[in-house]
Design a binder for this molecule. Structure first.
Ligand SMILES: *Cc1c(COP(=O)(O)O)cnc(C)c1O
Length: 450
């Protein structure tokens, strides 16, 4: 961030008149810019599809997507008519049984996958387990001549559940886990690399990793790649098929707005499906589940990734929520996402104190090619700042100890909201500009939201 000469003066000792004058000029210019961006925004009408009001600015769609307004009535129908009246007939007549693969096919175009390769069900954590063990088993089958290939490379900065599950999968399969910084994957690949498990976008910093490049390099080294799309599905183009990804998982309650705890998805590339040997071969993945056969025969296709009875209420809420994507291009979503995060970074630069406890350092890369759909700011007073922001209707979240996270959901976040959020952030940061204030406000920060 560049520093203006006025910006070198700590906020709490600045000449009040000069500071106010500079700030208000910047505010006016950026507010006008935001308004112009909103006026030109083709995705703007989509906001009306969501249950949102203007009292607050919701910048936590990377953690829990907002509720599409039509979903409650659809879920009501699932409960009162499908469950209440049709009861067990809904499994067949009501299309309940085939929901996991049907909804997988709805998600597929959003992540660049052709039909028949994605199945919905279970949590992301469970699907990571299926994918990592499944990848090791695929390799055992496809490269049985290479017994030395044993290492599981795992994103050292990963969302913790991925690391925990990979470590357990490694213990079970007798493979060592090698933690590797995503920026150093290329140099870590070798003849021992079996499987690489990476987050497409870092949940903490918002850094976007090079999926095409890393996937190609891993394949060249003879390894298989599992991508975790939790922070990219619904936020940016992924191109699973185009880039030859082997397996992928992702959650549906972040940018896909499926609702709290909505089921995750598992992608197994078509070329691997016939050899995909699920470590959780429940009866739903059987070729003929209702034959109730004592012997297991795996189903063909994406169905092989299923386990047990699907959680229909969550799943059909997710299916309904996906309607908001009808006719929406992921390229347009990406373009707006970058414009939103660009504007936020520009406003933060203009509004935040340049020094002191209330100053912030962006952790999210400036380069578009390396940025997901969130902005993370490091701030010494982060817990107090986020508590104060939420109290003032700007809803982001905190990643302890010192990261402020703001997620930008192009389907419903507007540019004027972004400017407003940054303006309030600037005010809050100015108020914690000296250490005494930080200590005082920190007492408030232990709120139940965390
Ligand atoms: C959100 C997220 C998860 C969540 O896993 P659950 O099993 O759904 O709780 C996992 N991995 C990453 C990278 C995430 O961002």
């Amino acid at each position: 961030m560049s520093e203006s000469s006025a910006g070198k003066i700590p906020a709490h000792t600045a000449n009040a008149t000069g500071t106010v004058h500079t700030a208000s000029a910047a505010h006016t210019a950026l507010a006008l810019k935001a308004r112009a961006l909103d006026a030109a925004d083709e995705l703007a009408p989509l906001r009306d599809l969501f249950a949102l009001d203007d009292a607050s600015v919701y910048l936590d769609g990377n953690s829990l997507g907002a509720l599409p307004a039509h979903v409650p009535a659809r879920v009501q129908d699932v409960i009162t008519r499908q469950w209440g009246e049709l009861r067990i007939r809904s499994w067949s007549e009501g299309d309940w049984w085939t929901a996991p693969e049907r909804i997988g096919d709805r998600i597929a175009p959003l992540v660049g996958a052709g039909p028949g390769q994605i199945v919905v069900g279970d949590s992301t954590s469970v699907n990571i387990f299926k994918a990592v063990v499944g990848a090791v088993r695929l390799l055992d089958t496809e490269r049985a001549d290479e017994p030395a290939r044993d290492e599981i490379l795992v994103d050292a900065t990963t969302f913790p559940t991925d690391g925990y599950i990979a470590a357990s999968a490694a213990r079970m399969t007798g493979r060592p886990v090698v933690p590797v910084d995503p920026g150093r994957v290329l140099g870590s690949l070798g003849p021992r690399t079996a499987v690489v498990l990476l987050n497409h976008v870092d949940f903490r910093t918002g850094r976007l990793h090079d999926l095409p490049g890393i996937t190609a390099a891993a394949h060249k080294a003879g390894a298989l790649v599992v991508w975790d799309l939790c922070h990219s599905a619904g936020a940016l183009p992924v191109g699973l098929d185009a880039h030859g990804v082997d397996l992928a998982v992702g959650c549906t309650y972040k940018y896909l707005n499926g609702g709290p705890g909505s089921p995750a998805f598992l992608y197994v590339a078509e070329r691997h499906q016939s050899r995909f040997d699920s470590p959780l071969p429940g009866w739903n993945s059987h070729a003929d589940p209702f034959a109730m056969d004592q012997a297991y025969t795996a189903a063909d296709g994406a169905v092989r990734g299923r386990v047990g009875t699907p959680d229909i209420l969550s799943m059909l809420a997710l299916e309904a929520s996906l309607d908001v994507w009808d006719g929406v291009s992921v390229a347009a979503v990406r373009e707006k996402s970058l414009a939103l995060t660009d504007l936020f970074l520009e406003c933060v630069e203009a509004y935040a104190p340049k020094a002191g406890a209330g100053s912030v350092v962006p952790l999210t890369p400036v380069a578009h090619a390396e940025r997901g759909s969130q902005v993370a700011l490091r701030c010494a007073a982060a817990p107090a700042v986020m508590a104060a922001l939420i109290a003032r209707g700007i809803v982001g979240d905190l990643r302890r100890p010192d990261v402020l996270r703001f997620g930008f959901t192009p389907l419903y976040t507007g540019f004027a909201e972004v400017e407003r959020a940054a303006r309030v952030l600037g005010e809050v940061l100015a108020a914690v500009g000296d250490v005494a204030d930080v200590v005082e406000v920190s007492d408030v920060a232990e709120d139940p939201l965390r």
